[in-house]
Design a protein around this ligand. Structure first.
Ligand SMILES: *Cc1c(COP(=O)(O)O)cnc(C)c1O
Length: 379
């Protein structure tokens, strides 16, 4: 937490606005909208926001929707909530995000047989924006709506603009593990004022005006609570600090591993600001001295939690029958990618412990005990 969250939460308690209506929600939406430059609707979760986004894009039963294969499952599930059929698209090795060339080829093939998808869900992974210009260009050419899953990209920039604001609709997450959190929550943004109104309406059970509990449309209980919006207001005040902290952690790992072969930080595309929400590395077993899985086990034995990168959707039992374009790059990133401890509350001492355990797994001595040069040479 940043410090002012409890004051906003206390206001909610003091004024008895504890439900899904209240001044914190309006203020959080306003502050977020100012930050990204587009109107915003606060939701109960990023997943709820994605579901609303799919419905706004007109996705319905049987509609095919392209989706980044290397992502967390919520991105694909939201397609299915709308009765849509996900079709997975491979990653670009240079960004780990959706490959614009694979996308263009897939759209061209689909156009030729009159089977264009209704929409694309493009994910901005681990705090790095996808290469949006060619993606938007390809989708505009074929009239495919673009939904940005910016759940992991709060604070991320693409060519100076916030990731999540470049397509038709964007969705952010404030889940407990994300760069800022409301414990659970999300935000939907769009330049389409009509869509913003609809998303807000649907998220509140789609109750018609008047007090008669009349409903003309299907709605959901997807609104953020005024208590949690209070946490969000405080968190937004420290977003830039959190971005700096996450980047500092990632670059400290990178620098500490600079003398090592076989361990490399996730690429930092030059077109944007990568928040490095998670510090992700790729392991080359031959050069590093052990495999990614062996590294995870060695860290676990030292009481350090690390994780593989997301398991691609086309490898999930849930989506075993889905169509896909490519997939080999995402599979390789999944097999060799590791997320190291990345919390902004990670102390320097704790991070040095992690760094030294990684060095140990690769057969090198600790950084604190030997000069960098000698250690690097001994690997
Ligand atoms: C976290 C996450 C979501 C879901 O957000 P919630 O707020 O947890 O529902 C969706 N997509 C991606 C890529 C995520 O990382």
């Amino acid at each position: 937490m940043g410090g002012s969250e409890q004051a906003y939460v206390r206001q909610a308690f003091d004024t008895n606005w504890l439900s899904t209506v209240g001044p914190n929600i309006a203020a959080f939406e306003r502050a977020f909208a100012e930050r990204v430059g587009l109107p915003a609707v606060a939701a109960a979760s990023g997943t709820a926001g994605l579901h609303l986004a799919l419905r706004l894009a007109g996705v319905g039963r049987g509609d095919e929707v392209f989706c980044s294969t290397l992502t967390f499952v919520a991105a694909a599930n939201a397609i299915v909530y709308q009765g849509g059929v996900p079709v997975f698209v491979d990653s670009d090795r240079a960004t780990w995000n959706l490959d614009p060339d694979v996308l263009s080829r897939a759209l061209r093939e689909r156009a030729a047989v009159n089977r264009l998808p209704k929409a694309l869900v493009v994910v901005h992974l681990y705090g790095q924006s996808a290469d949006m210009d060619p993606i938007l260009h390809a989708c505009a050419e074929y009239g495919v709506a673009v939904i940005e899953d910016a759940a992991e990209a709060v604070g991320t920039l693409y060519k100076g603009k916030p990731a999540g604001t470049l397509g038709d609709v964007g969705v952010y997450s404030f889940n407990g593990n994300k760069i800022i959190t409301t414990t659970g929550g999300g935000m939907l943004v769009s330049s389409n004022a009509g869509w913003i109104g609809k998303a807000s309406h649907w998220s509140q059970q789609a109750r018609d005006a008047g007090n008669a509990y009349e409903h003309s449309e299907l709605g959901y209980n997807y609104r953020m609570s005024n208590v949690l919006a209070g946490i969000g207001r405080g968190q937004l005040e420290v977003l830039d600090l959190r971005v700096q902290q996450r980047r500092a952690i990632a670059f400290r790992y990178r620098d500490a591993f600079a003398g090592f072969a076989g361990i490399s930080l996730m690429p930092q595309a030059s077109y944007g600001l990568h928040t490095n929400w998670l510090s992700c590395f790729l392991i080359d077993e031959q050069k590093f001295g052990c495999s990614r899985d062996e590294l995870i086990q060695a860290l676990d034995a030292a009481n350090i939690e690390s994780r593989p990168v997301w398991k691609p959707m086309h490898l999930q039992p849930l989506y075993a029958r889905a169509e896909q374009y490519g997939g080999e790059v995402a599979e390789d990133l999944f097999r060799r990618g590791i997320c190291l401890p990345s919390s902004s509350s990670l102390s320097l001492e704790e991070q040095m412990y992690v760094i030294n355990q990684v060095r140990r797994a690769a057969g090198a001595g600790p950084l604190t005990a030997e000069p960098e040069q000698a250690t690097a040479a001994s690997v």
